[in-house]
Design a protein around this ligand. Structure first.
Ligand code: ADP
Ligand code: MG
Ligand code: MG
Length: 921
């Protein structure tokens, strides 16, 4: 559907089309062209086609951005000059104005817009085209000189910030233009900038220009074309600024996409009191409730609403009432000072409500709109699929399915599996919260509960997080510079800003608890304190946030896991309907197993028996076993361990009922069980009745240069067969015991870290011999299976030799990744971050499976394994089992199941369903 202008037949070269126009119900682009026109541009075109009132404009393509990055400003400006002139002519013709005219000037906005929305990442310049002449024209034409000068001062300020580089560098600095505005307000004794007079604004424009000259040594450009080129270049430059890069890396957006530039005729929400600007959502972005909502400001422009300059008003009457209740504002005061749009401009409201319904139906998804009202006329400036919390994502998908707007498959595909995490996130412990003390109340900007220590700067949140300290990032308001800190803080608290403030939008995007606009809080950045009602909190003090109610609490409040609600259950059921790949869990205790069952796990894919040896008194016989001088000593200790292990397995089998339970034989290097401090060593010596020296010698003996490749895995069971014997005995006896209770259990015994076929066979023979002995002793049998973990490259290559003797393979992709890359997991932090930053790796291979290398080995092992044994069951039990992209890979290579930690089970289930749906298409 891409419209490519055809060059005349005799032309030698086909010129690339860099500019697409829209306006007056027509557009050269449409919603499908996001890659070329960016999300904003494509949707502006689409809205034009739908007949939604949108100011005319044109889009400079992302290909132009790429060319700009490659060949530089001059080359690009020359390449698009002609098209840009035509584009401006197109606007002049529709608007009946002229660019740079002193009588009737065309003003434009220059906006960035990548394929996916990157809120706050790139900068917008409004009212471009103004100069000392044009401002007079604007003033006369509109009959509102205050408005004209307000527009002019905004333009000089934005252009100064964005294009000429006056935006503050350090987090302690304020925007120098805002400083001048504040001084002016103080001088005039007014609180809001809409109270400044025309002559105040004229003075500000002069001061702004002087400031620019002083700081940059350059005059503010008066030629509109020069202004336009400057702004377009600044948008392209901003694609590569640091905050855009941070956002991209946090959200996995590739560098090479580039951004488009949207040039659009201005409409004026700051024209007079019959004008306004606002933001609206077709459904509640926090809860998902099907309720049109949003905020606006009278006589305002652009980002005034989200900047938290004045308190915004609600669009709907219902929303306004709810807001007033939360803010503890009486109905009288609300009606008088903060009436809804529905009340003060009922006709515009009705038109807006009709458009929101139409857009939501058209896109069949929740929309996030920007609008401006100019002297009673409504204009839509943007629509996009709205960001929402994980809970809202689930609710909206299920609601839209029920409303017949989308089908089941779309509903399943609508929810980002990563975001389910939030639904499973903590809430406050109900008893602890009763005695908690509320110190302030803000807006419920992003739900969930968080508790942590106060920090005031994003960098501090980062460094504290590195030391595993939970933080609450407290700011007057946040800005894109704070992104990294916001992403690692437990919660975010701001003193200013509404539900659509930067903090609120970004936090919801991250699924992070956030309370915004808690006006009672006074933040002093220099002193690093926050004061509420005379009470002072210092950096490091504990506070807690409830992002669902907006409450801020003093102190640390215990949090607990949430209940799984109705829509969530429905979605999970739907997911199962379309899934082929099963999801099991990694669990070592009945408690974990029970949690995983609640989350829908279909068995245990990995029980790490070593975890059972750490708990309580078990560690003592374990250490005795390790430190024993000979086999007899080891057997004595193992007999004690048998009692514990058998009990543990009974518990697991009973919890899992008739679902499969895969148990891995002892795997880690033994030194992991030994205390490395002298006090601990002395304790063992006393316990065992030997001298400290004996213990020290033995520990010295156990030392390995490279334990991850040393005496571990099945190498333990081969050198100390009595360990395997004990574990098999515990498993089989427990299975027989629960069988007596009428529970059908099929234990799957898994041999770890095999690389030689004979290793596996030796362990298999030992397992079978042990089991037969027990069956004879008990005169009773139980079904069981033997398989191996495929986690060395050699095992993968020889899969067809191993599989004829195995019931199952389970890919241990943690070790397999470690051995395939040759990256030690324990040491990778020294270089992985640098590799990621330099783009040598696209992602951490321990988080998301490396599909070509590690995945290639998995694929080989799947093919060869099945060749050797067509009934072989295949699973994966590394960390990757809970990672959606890796789950998709597992589906594609035809595994039977993945296994992941209990809390990732729902994520894996949804990812598995999406994998089958995506790959069926
Ligand atoms: P962002 O991507 O940060 O939302 P936008 O490009 O959408 O940035 O613009 C920022 C603000 O400027 C928005 O509030 C938008 O509504 C307003 N704006 C953009 N273009 C125009 C225009 N032509 N007329 C009036 N307001 C505009
Ligand atoms: Mg912006
Ligand atoms: Mg916008």
């Amino acid at each position: 559907m891409m419209t490519q202008t055809m060059a005349p037949k005799d032309a030698k070269t086909v010129k690339t089309k860099y500019i697409y126009t829209f306006g007056d119900g027509n557009a050269e682009g449409n919603a499908q062209m996001k890659n070329l026109l960016g999300g904003k541009g494509a949707n502006l075109c689409e809205m034009n086609r739908l007949g939604v009132p949108v100011p005319p404009g044109f889009v400079i393509t992302t290909e132009a951005c790429t060319r700009y990055t490659e060949k530089g400003r001059e080359d690009l400006m020359e390449a698009i000059r002609e098209e840009m002139e035509q584009g401006i002519a197109h606007l002049e013709q529709i608007m009946g104005t002229r660019f740079g005219d002193r009588e009737n000037p065309l003003l434009i906005s220059v906006r960035s817009g990548a394929r996916v929305s990157m809120p706050g990442m790139m900068d917008t310049v409004l009212n471009l085209g103004l100069n000392d002449d044009a401002v007079e024209g604007l003033s006369q034409r509109s009959g509102e000189s205050r408005f004209a000068w307000d527009a002019y001062r905004r333009f000089v300020q934005m252009y100064g910030d964005v294009v000429m580089g006056l935006k503050p560098e350090s987090k302690e600095d304020e925007d120098p233009f805002e400083v001048l505005i504040d001084e002016m307000k103080k001088k005039r004794g007014v609180a809001n900038d809409n109270q400044l007079t025309t002559s105040d604004l004229k003075k500000l424009v002069l001061q702004f220009k002087e400031l620019i000259l002083q700081r940059t040594g350059e005059e503010f450009p008066t030629d509109p074309w020069e202004q336009l080129q400057g702004a377009v270049s600044a948008v392209f430059e901003s694609w590569n600024n640091e905050r855009a890069q941070v956002y991209r890396s946090l959200n996995g957006i590739p560098e090479h996409w580039g951004t488009a530039v949207n040039v659009q005729a201005m409409v004026y929400g700051n024209l007079n009191d019959n004008s306004a600007t606002g933001v609206a959502f077709t459904r509640d972005a926090g809860t998902g409730e099907d309720l049109f909502n949003g905020e606006f400001l009278v006589n305002a422009q652009g980002e005034d609403v989200v900047a938290g300059i004045r308190t915004p008003q609600q669009i709907t009457l219902e929303g306004s009432r709810r807001w007033a209740e939360l803010a503890k504002i009486t109905e009288e005061v609300r009606r008088e000072k903060y009436p809804s749009l529905e009340e003060i401009m009922p006709e515009v409201y009705r038109e807006l409500a009709a458009i929101e319904t139409r857009l939501e139906n058209h896109y069949a998804d929740m929309q996030d709109l920007e609008f401006t009202i100019q002297d009673g006329k409504l204009w839509i400036l943007q629509t996009r699929n709205g960001k929402r919390t994980g809970a809202a994502m689930v609710k909206i998908a299920v609601d839209m399915l029920n409303q017949g707007m989308i089908d089941e498959k779309t509903a399943v595909l609508r929810v980002d599996p990563h975001r389910l995490d939030e639904l499973l996130h903590p809430v406050f412990d109900p008893t602890a919260i009763k005695s908690a003390n509320v110190i302030a109340k803000g807006l419920p900007a992003s739900p969930g509960a968080a508790t942590g220590q106060v920090v005031f700067f994003a960098d501090d949140a980062e460094s504290w997080a590195e030391n595993n300290k939970p933080t609450i990032l407290v700011r007057m308001e946040t800005s894109p510079e704070d992104l990294r800190g916001m992403s690692v803080a437990k919660g975010i608290l701001t003193a200013r800003g509404g539900m659509t403030s930067h903090a609120a939008v970004v936090a919801r995007g991250m699924g992070k608890c956030c309370v915004s606009g808690a006006g009672a809080i006074h933040v002093d950045y220099r002193a690093r304190t926050m004061t509420v009602d005379g009470q002072t909190f210092r950096e490091g003090d504990w506070i807690s946030l409830n992002g669902s109610t907006g409450e801020v609490y003093e102190g640390r409040i215990i949090t607990q896991e949430p209940a799984l609600s109705g829509d969530f259950g429905k979605l999970m059921k739907l997911a199962d309907k379309y899934t082929r790949l099963e999801v099991r869990t990694n669990a070592d205790t009945p408690e974990d197993a029970a949690t995983a069952l609640r989350f829908g796990a279909r068995g245990i894919g990995l029980c790490r028996t070593e975890h059972m040896f750490f708990e309580g008194e078990r560690i003592i016989p374990m250490r005795e076993m390790i430190l024993a001088a000979d086999e007899t000593g080891r057997r004595t200790a193992l007999d004690k361990l048998l009692v514990f292990q058998r009990e543990d397995f009974r518990g697991l089998f009973e919890t899992m009922h008739d679902l499969p339970v895969t148990i891995r034989l002892l795997d880690p290097p033994l030194h992991e069980f030994i205390p490395h401090d002298e006090a601990g060593q002395r304790e063992i010596a006393d316990d065992m009745g030997v001298s400290l020296e004996v213990i020290k010698d033995k520990i010295e003996e156990l030392k390995e240069a490279n334990p991850m490749m040393g005496h571990r895995g099945c190498r333990l069971g081969i050198t100390y067969p009595e360990i395997t014997e004990m574990q098999v005995r515990a498993i089989i006896e427990a299975a027989l015991d629960v069988k007596m209770k009428g529970i059908r259990v099929i234990p799957e015994i898994m041999v770890p870290l095999v690389s030689k076929v004979k290793e596996f066979e030796a362990q298999k023979n030992l397992i079978e011999a042990t089991a037969e002995t027990i069956f004879a002793e008990r005169n009773e049998r139980v079904e069981y299976q033997i398989g191996t973990m495929v986690e060395t490259p050699r095992a993968a290559m020889l899969a067809d030799y191993i599989s004829p003797n195995a019931h199952f393979f389970s890919f241990g992709t943690n070790d397999l990744t470690q051995m395939t890359f040759g990256y030690s997991r324990d040491d990778a932090s020294k270089f992985l971050p640098i590799y990621l930053k330099q783009g040598l790796l696209d992602h951490d291979p321990f988080e998301e499976i490396d599909q070509y290398g590690v995945g290639g080995l998995v694929q080989i092992a799947v093919e060869r394994g099945r060749k050797g044994n067509p009934n072989l069951s295949l699973g994966l039990c590394g960390e990757h089992g809970g990672n959606p992209a890796s789950v998709d890979f597992c589906h594609r290579v035809g595994l039977d199941y993945v296994s992941c930690s209990p809390y990732r089970v729902p994520i894996a289930r949804l990812a598995a369903a999406q994998a089958s749906l995506k790959n069926e298409k």
